[in-house]
Design a protein. Sequence first.
Length: 286
Amino acid sequence: MTVVSAVEPLTATIGAQLSGFDLSRPQSPAEVADIRAALLEHKVLVFHNQDLTPTAHRDFAATLGELTPAHPVVPGLDDRHPEIYVLDSGDGGKSPVWHTDVTFMPRPPLGSVLRAVSLPPVGGDTCWTDLEAAYLALSPHLRSLADRLRAVHDGRKDFEDYLLTRLSGEGNTWEGEKVTSLKPSVHPVVRVHPETGRRSLFVSPGFTTRVLDVTEAESRALLGLFFAVIGLPEHTVRHRWSPGDVVVWDNRSTAHYAVDDYGDQNRVMHRVTLRGDAPVGIRHDT
């Protein structure tokens, strides 16, 4: 018998609300298995009415996988919680663009666990989009082309100045190496999910800057097509945050967008990420 009292899908393709969990206490192996299975099926999981401290937040995330540092560049919450990335709207913590977390590194996170800490009176929703559905929305001819492409993911625009000026060129240790520069990474445009085997369109406006082995004009046109299908509302779910909400998502098959519609009101979120692997594309024998 499953320990999940309810799994309520939020759309036909992405998102589900889970009830029957108290994330402040240790999860049993059966509960962890249920959460992981729901994550693969629905890609985004919402848990309401959770009372988590930073330590409990980190400990719950650790049941789902190995934790990364807060970010390749940005320090964590404090010395006791180096895994918690603070997204404070008053300190640059806004992300009003579709993106998948940390794809500018060779091994982006497997997933993320986000907790609402301080919310504005209105606004501040987060949207997620289903990159598998986006891939399937392309025509067969365009899917065949995308299967063979690679693209550059670059985080320098967002984080290089922070690394060089505020951290004097010394970021966190990521995948066993100290981050001292942000060299762009190259990933397949179509990623094969390592657990489900399904294909997703693994590009986003936040970090993907160029398609390789095509002209600059062709790259702009292709990315424009890919970005347009990613942003279709038919592939998305939008979450209106309430105090106590925790959301877990699969970073391998989704992108997200933090809606900046709350003016100068403060919004603070805490995020923990799970260690991932290098994205793998479609194998083409030559």
